[in-house]
Design a protein around this ligand. Structure first.
Ligand code: NAD
Ligand code: MG
Length: 399
């Protein structure tokens, strides 16, 4: 589609976050021809104003309506229109861009991502939670509209790059690499006392708070297993995880003949974003290069499913199917927020997620009709949040 010659119309959802910043940094560093239609943020109005003044989109949207007056004041005289609220974020997603970066955190990204998918845009998908909640429906909507979903999550970008479509049926295993997070070598007693500050200090990647905690519990890898299963139509028992603390090999695809292909690179999210921007072309930019000799060695180990139960919980949710992945995701969002708020301990996060799933499963709340999967996923998300809040409150009483 002439990605690198004619200007592409772009919307960045979640522009003030870690992935949003990387996206704008890549545009800056590559000089890629882009016309930004809209930038959207949750609450960080100061950064949104700064970005809108620099990039001159037609529209800047803040989800938190109480900050609209500040946004208007900050954009006075710039010609950039200001809007607020969840509906305005969704409308921005559907403005008719060629390429939409989906980088809102959490299930809050689902409705805008679906709205963008309905327009037939290329969706650069960082917001893994929307795939976990309603992956098959989202992919079907994008396909029906003539668009596509290109993964930005580094592991899925790696698989996307080495998965040859003509022999997709010859894949025997997808192998996701995981850094192991900040608590890879900690014992359980130390993990039980871990603080939000310790959980957020990721060894290799600088990311938003929620995904950093997910990396520490390894629920991030659980969400990514579900994401991979949906994106690449691969059943749960053919998605594996290996710990690779250097985060140089971003993931691997094993074929039935025993050949395994991997994608490598320094840990920098601008690389998978560049891939999603230019695909099937390649974007020239001054990317950090991989110096294997400087690493000396790359190491690997199996995940410890006892200290990191989230991987097993995600496998179970994927096997249960129906609304289980959406419920798991919602419970995890509630539990991570409670941990960041110091209301529950680190190990309580996985406990609260498992407790919520168990309760919903026993009530029969996880079996869902496929009729309107996105709508249903949102309903499941809502009830899982209510139950998870109760489970979290019980854990807090016990603490
Ligand atoms: P972040 O917290 O740094 O940024 C989130 C963005 O979403 C911000 O712009 C925020 O203002 C906006 N936002 C938050 N709540 C919102 C709401 N309710 N409505 C509208 N906007 C809202 O998060 P991040 O690290 O950039 O991650 C974004 C997504 O990308 C997540 O789904 C994450 O799992 C995924 N991801 C991130 C990385 C990474 O390196 N940071 C890597 C892979 C995948
Ligand atoms: Mg990832």
């Amino acid at each position: 589609m002439g990605a690198l010659t004619s200007p592409r119309k772009v919307v960045v959802l979640g522009s003030t976050g870690s992935i949003g910043l990387s996206t704008l940094s890549l545009f800056e560093e590559s000089g890629a021809p882009v016309q930004i239609l809209a930038l959207t943020a949750g609450r960080n109005v100061e950064r949104l104003i700064e970005q809108a003044r620099r990039w001159k989109p037609s529209l800047a949207v803040i989800e938190d309506e109480s900050r609209l007056a500040d946004l208007r004041a900050g954009l006075a005289g710039t010609g950039v229109e200001a809007a607020a609220g969840a509906d305005a974020v969704r409308d921005a997603a559907a403005m008719g861009a060629d390429w939409v970066m989906s980088a809102i955190v959490g299930a809050a990204g689902l409705a805008p991502t679906v709205a963008a998918a309905r327009t037939g845009a290329v969706i650069a998908l960082a917001n893994k939670e929307s795939l976990v909640c309603a992956g098959p429906a989202l992919l079907a909507i994008a396909k029906a509209a003539g668009g596509s979903v290109i993964p930005v999550d580094s592991e899925h970008s790696a698989i996307f790059q080495v998965l040859q479509s003509e022999c997709a049926h010859r894949v025997s295993r997808l192998i996701l690499t995981a850094s192991g997070g900040p608590f890879r070598t900690w014992d359980k007693a130390a993990m039980a006392r871990a603080t939000p500050e310790q959980a957020i200090a990721h060894p290799n990647w600088s990311m938003g708070a929620k995904i950093s905690v997910d990396s520490a519990t390894m629920m991030n890898k659980g969400l990514e297993m579900i994401e991979a299963s949906y994106l690449f139509a691969t059943p749960e028992d053919r998605v594996d995880v290996v710990i690779h603390p250097q985060s140089v090999i971003h993931s691997l695809v094993e074929y039935v003949d025993g050949s395994t292909l991997a994608q490598l690179g320094p840990p920098d999210m601008r690389a998978p974003i560049a891939c999603a921007f230019a695909w099937p072309d390649r974007l020239p930019w001054p990317a950090p290069r991989l110096d294997l000799a400087a690493y000396g060695q790359l190491t690997f180990e199996s995940p410890d499913v006892e200290r990191f139960p989230a991987i097993g919980i995600a496998r179970e949710a994927l096997r249960l199917g129906g609304g289980a992945p959406a419920a798991m995701n919602a419970a995890n969002e509630v539990a991570v927020a409670a941990f960041l708020d110091r209301r529950i301990g680190f190990l309580d996060i996985a406990g609260a997620v498992a407790g919520t799933l168990e309760r919903m499963n026993s009530l029969g709340d996880l079996s869902v009709a496929e009729s309107d999967a996105v709508e249903t996923a949102m309903l499941i998300d809502g009830s899982a949040r209510r139950i998870a809040a109760e489970v979290v409150a019980q854990k807090r009483q016990r603490a």
